[in-house]
Design a protein around this ligand. Structure first.
Ligand SMILES: [Zn+2]
Length: 508
């Protein structure tokens, strides 16, 4: 088996329906898995839903239902959204699954038996929205920075995880292995956290306050703190999938708002449980609309199924991957999506494909007619070879936008090649017909290579291009297929169709 690689999206909290932030992380995971599959790697990604905690209990009560029924409904919505948008997760974990509960209780028992969980009393400032205690210095004007409400002082007896005991080890590891958290700005943020005392982590909630959670295996008066439960789902899900062998190759994909739980709580939990650390934490920024962090409470939700219905999933994927530089914030705008769709997808790619395939029909009856290449043809080939190399440089660095730019530079070259070689003019001279066939053959190779290059990013488009070229679907995985050898003698392409219809009325 070739080297495995395992990605996770966050386990999404079922207090909100799938929106842009969830979709972006899941699109990245799907793209990475498709990319590594195409290169023969054993790759999969896990996603799922985080279903316990105060907020879910409260939302269920508001909706006049039980937390279990509420979680079932929203979890099913996440799963069906990913199914309908073609995001091919390898495992979907729910924190209410029985195997997950067993896994969490086993890990708690292990850590407890090792003496890293103790009982104590605690008085602190608690934000019910965040479901966590705040330190005074973390508040902004006395209020939770996310929820803008003053936290409530709560005193209660609870169980605590000796997180501080693992602080030095984690700090040393992150100093020694800079690629454990990328981009580096987030690693520096975590190093700064770890240079202050991190203290211990309260990992229980009394049932008198909250019943909706996983019971502690050593005290049935308490349930597990939702983060301690949710983080373990990455491992429990992979274990349930029968793929725990992939664990050391885990790449967690997250947005920056959940950096601390993933970079501080989670690795110390793994160290205490005697489990291997994950390989890497990959942190992206926020999508903003009018410079506000997207959230349901702000009322500017972008729903993936709406975007798919309006523009097609590939156009939506393209926009997300092309617009955001991984790690930085980006502005979401439907008008910008339409601009890219029209200019880069409909014109840059779609128009090239339909033009080439129409000329194939008109001038050579669809038959591919290879001949020895001229220098201008070699330059076209070189442009695509360069794009392929650049994609392979950028994807391991999560620079999806750079990878797409590289492919579109090659497409730009191909469009200029059509203008420069002018097969539509040469075709008027019967003596130049063989050269027309040769030019179109070069362009068919360009389209075949494009299908391979875009396959991880735009999977439907890749399939459609290959179908129009009348090549077998498995050609997408044959990255070593030499230029000039994709089409056998007598091969006939099919008439083209519009890959990306232009959108004429951009939304206001
Ligand atoms: Zn809060």
């Amino acid at each position: 088996m070739p080297d495995g690689i395992f990605f996770t999206t966050p386990i999404f909290y079922v207090n909100a329906e799938p929106h842009l932030g969830h979709t972006y992380t899941t699109v990245i995971a799907d793209t990475l898995v498709r990319y590594w599959h195409q290169r023969g790697r054993d790759a999969m990604f896990l996603t799922g839903t985080d279903e316990h905690g105060d907020k879910i209990a409260a939302a269920a009560a508001n909706a006049g239902t039980t937390p279990a029924a509420f979680a079932d409904r929203v979890s099913a919505l996440f799963r069906s959204t990913w199914d309908r948008t073609g995001l091919r997760y390898g495992w979907f974990v729910r924190t209410t699954d029985a195997y997950h509960r067993t896994f969490v209780q086993r890990v708690l028992s292990t850590i407890h038996a090792r003496g890293d969980i103790y009982f104590g009393s605690y008085t602190g400032l608690y934000c019910f929205g965040c479901e966590r205690f705040y330190q005074e210095r973390e508040l902004v004007g006395g209020a939770c920075p996310d929820h803008k409400v003053a936290p409530t002082e709560i005193a209660e007896e609870n169980y605590f995880f000796r997180m501080g005991r693992y602080q030095e080890r984690l700090l040393a590891l992150l100093e020694r292995e800079p690629d454990r958290i990328v981009p580096d700005g987030y690693r520096r943020e975590v190093l700064a956290l770890l240079r202050e005392p991190i203290g211990d982590l309260c990992i229980s909630r009394p049932k008198t306050r909250l019943e909706w959670g996983i019971e502690l295996p050593f005290d049935d008066r308490y349930v597990t703190y939702v983060w301690f439960d949710a983080l373990l789902s990455y491992a429990s899900g992979l274990d349930a999938a029968g793929r725990f062998d992939l664990w050391p190759a885990t790449h967690h994909l997250i947005a920056k708002d959940i950096l601390k739980p993933h970079a501080v709580f989670w690795p110390t939990m793994l160290l205490a449980a005697g489990l291997p650390l994950y390989r890497r934490l990959c942190v992206h920024g926020y999508w903003q609309m009018n410079a506000d962090k997207m959230s349901k409470s702000l009322g500017n939700v972008v729903r993936p199924l709406d975007m798919q219905a309006r523009y097609g999933m590939d156009a939506f994927r393209y926009y997300l991957l092309r617009e955001m530089a991984f790690g930085q914030d980006a502005e979401f705008s439907e008008a910008a999506l339409v601009t890219r769709l029209n200019a880069e997808l409909a014109n840059g790619l779609g128009n090239l494909a339909s033009r080439v395939l129409a000329m194939q029909q008109r001038y050579v009856a669809g038959e591919v007619q290879p001949r020895a290449p001229e220098p201008v043809d070699e330059a076209l080939h070189a442009a695509f070879a360069r794009a392929a190399n650049e994609v392979d440089d950028h994807i391991p660095a999560f620079a999806f936008h750079r990878a797409l730019e590289a492919i579109w530079r090659a497409l730009d070259h191909a469009n200029k090649y059509v203008t420069a070689t002018a097969p539509f003019s040469l075709a008027k001279d019967p003596a130049r017909r063989p050269r027309v066939g040769a030019i179109l053959h070069e362009l068919c190779e360009a389209l075949r290579t494009t299908a391979q290059l875009v396959a991880p990013f735009l999977p439907e488009t890749a399939d459609r291009l290959v179908a129009m070229l009348a090549l077998p679907p498995d050609v997408l995985g044959r990255l070593d297929l030499p230029w000039g050898e994709a089409f056998a003698a007598g091969h006939r392409t099919r008439p083209g169709e519009a890959l990306f219809p232009r959108i004429d009325t951009p939304p206001s």
